[in-house]
Design a protein around this ligand. Structure first.
Ligand SMILES: NC(=O)c1ccc[n+]([C@@H]2O[C@H](COP(=O)([O-])OP(=O)(O)OC[C@H]3O[C@@H](n4cnc5c(N)ncnc54)[C@H](O)[C@@H]3O)[C@@H](O)[C@H]2O)c1
Length: 380
């Protein structure tokens, strides 16, 4: 069978994660990489062994040799890159948040459908085996009716005013930062797991550092800790460090969550608890193989991932036996496997988050911003 040819847009944190995960599939080759400069593209191509490197992503988007484009660049570039690739007939896997506005996201979703192309937004965190076990349990009614959802997504990599990344600037990131970067994952996850739509919310966003010290050179994600004080300039900040949100979901479920990029000691502490009329579950990304099940009339349980013990559908998200951890990298492999199955065969099921999910996410982020500005509940 012919190998599919993929182009990678972006060579930072996610460009590398995507490239490695694609190579685990077997039927796809990354033939081209596009970066912000020729030197950056060349360096990445040499490091990971990609034949073609360029600074001209528009030429790659138009190249008839390319089947699929992965967009792993700052958020402001998602819309133009995904749109150009779809318009040229390429399947697109784009990082989250899908775009800068919900209008852009809806346009991308409509274009993908109109062109009959596979389109996927990278909510990879859905693809942990234990997360899918929770989804199966909720669908089977094991929790009863979902009443309460709660949780956090806390990080600490932007704690100091000397911490800088393109995300702190709304022009490259979009209007909401902690909420857009990690709150987008939290809201996508809770709707995916419960099958409930967020119907209303009340949000409070905070920017603790009104100014940050911007490095005079560029900084890729998670690499800013090594700079000296003479390397910075003071810059006003217009994006959120923290956000807290009250939620209403479906007909009667309630909840709350908060996100932060300034919580010392928390690296990627994405956690949620879901309580229904029968039982509850809890999960924490920093201990991804563990599932806590809370029960009223029998002892609580902690289950450790083991495909032989998972529900049959959830077990298809685990490739390794119990005792061998499956983590962040593996979520991409699991998602890309399903996305590329659809690329190869247009009749394959859509078992991954689409641009319609990305558009829903952008609508919710806009509601969060609206609510925080109005200091009031808004319907979603
Ligand atoms: N799904 C996840 O778990 C997850 C995790 C982290 C980041 N992300 C998302 O991935 C995207 C990228 O984030 P990152 O952390 O990898 O950022 P990064 O700063 O590490 O990398 C960004 C890359 O974009 C490239 N770039 C900039 N301008 C370009 C241009 N004109 N043409 C081609 N390339 C260009 C840069 O060279 C750089 O390599 C963001 O949208 C972010 O929200 C998702």
């Amino acid at each position: 069978m012919r190998k599919l040819k993929t182009a990678m847009f972006g060579t930072g944190f996610m460009g590398k994660v995507h490239t490695e995960a694609i190579r685990r599939l077997g039927n796809v080759e990354v033939t081209t990489v596009a970066a912000s400069s020729q030197a950056t593209a060349d360096k990445f191509a040499a490091m990971v062994g990609i034949p073609r490197a360029t600074a001209d992503w528009k030429a790659v988007a138009a190249d008839p040799e390319i089947d699929v484009v992965h967009v792993c660049t700052p958020n402001v570039l998602h819309y133009p890159m995904a749109k150009a690739a779809l318009a040229a007939g390429k399947h697109v896997l784009c990082e989250k948040p899908l775009s800068m506005t919900s209008a852009e996201a809806r346009e991308l979703a409509a274009l993908g459908e109109q062109k009959k192309l596979a389109h996927c937004v990278n909510h990879n965190l859905r693809f942990y085996p234990v997360v899918q076990q929770i989804r199966s349990m909720i669908a089977a009614g094991e929790l009863g009716d979902v009443l309460i959802v709660t949780g956090t997504y806390f990080q600490d990599w932007l704690l100091y005013d000397t911490d800088w990344n393109w995300r702190v600037n709304s022009a490259s990131n979009g209007a909401v930062r902690a909420m857009g970067d990690i709150g987008s994952h939290w809201m996508d996850m809770i709707q995916h797991l419960t099958g409930l739509r967020i119907t209303a919310l009340c949000a409070d966003l905070a920017t603790f550092h009104k100014t940050r010290k911007r490095p005079k050179g560029s900084v890729e994600t998670f690499t800013g800790k090594k700079l000296q004080s003479s390397d910075y300039e003071e810059t006003a900040i217009d994006t959120d460090d923290f956000g807290a949100v009250l939620l209403r979901l479906g007909n009667r479920a309630c909840g709350s969550f908060s996100v932060s990029q300034m919580s010392a000691g928390c690296k990627n502490r994405f956690q949620f608890e879901i309580y229904g009329t029968k039982s509850g579950v809890a999960w924490n990304q920093e201990r991804p193989d563990e599932l806590w099940i809370g029960q009223r009339n029998s002892p609580n349980q902690v289950i450790v991932k083991d495909p032989s013990l998972l529900e049959a559908r959830a077990a298809t998200f685990a490739d390794l036996p119990g005792g061998h951890s499956e983590g962040y990298d593996d979520t991409h492999k699991q998602m890309f496997r399903r996305f590329y199955a659809r690329v190869a065969d247009a009749t394959a099921p859509v078992e991954y988050p689409t641009f319609a999910d990305g558009a829903r996410g952008m609508e919710l982020l806009e509601k969060v911003l609206e609510s925080s500005r109005k200091r009031a509940w808004v319907d979603c």
